[in-house]
Design a binder for this molecule. Sequence first.
Ligand code: SAH
Length: 220
Amino acid sequence: MGGVNLAGIGMTSQRTRDRLIERLYDQGITSHRVIDSIRSVPRHIFIDEALAHRAYEDTALPIGHNQTISQPFIVARMTEALLAAGPLKKVLEIGTGSGYQTAVLANLVDDVRTVERIQPLQARARQKLRMIKAHNVLFRHSDGGMGWPEEGPYNGILVTAAPENIPDELLQQLAVGGRLVIPVGGQEQGLYRITRTESGFEKEYLEAVRFVPLLSGVIR
Ligand code: SAH
């Protein structure tokens, strides 16, 4: 695709990318599989060219439509929390956004399903994932608060926008043993991991986080 450099140059070079990886280790990310996936995904292609030189800073960046690409540390933390018990087969992501988290997941699980409510963001993410040959991802333009029931149940669900309360639809789409990693709250948000057991759900608080809100309805 015209002009896009997957390998990166200058501020997107491998050396700059390696510095980010060191920082993730320093901040307590321990999963080598997750780190390897982050190392291999060219974050700069998921960001507007004017901001691409900041792609390997450990920070969220605007992607248009009032949304942001998640901070690499948070992507690493959430992916690690989701995969802590071992590899997963089928994972649902709510909030495709730039497609960056989607790409990190696609390296680590068999199948990814991802839902986004803003059509232009979804279209761009789809194109980026095609560029990096992530062929195990299916996209849907809809309100992710409903999940994607036709494709469930899921071994993992990862939500990258914060609802006030955990949507019951998402819990119902978890397989037994499956886990949901989700930010919850308004001004004050916590990251939670919910595991479906034979008899119900177990809820763990992970840490304080800051995400854009999970909104209902769709934008064309
Ligand atoms: N994982 C993304 C994060 C994007 S920010 C990335 O790394 O780029 C969160 C995204 O969730 C936004 O794109 C926003 O439009 C989307 N979102 C918010 N509410 C949603 C909903 N109800 N259904 C689907 N997507 C939603």
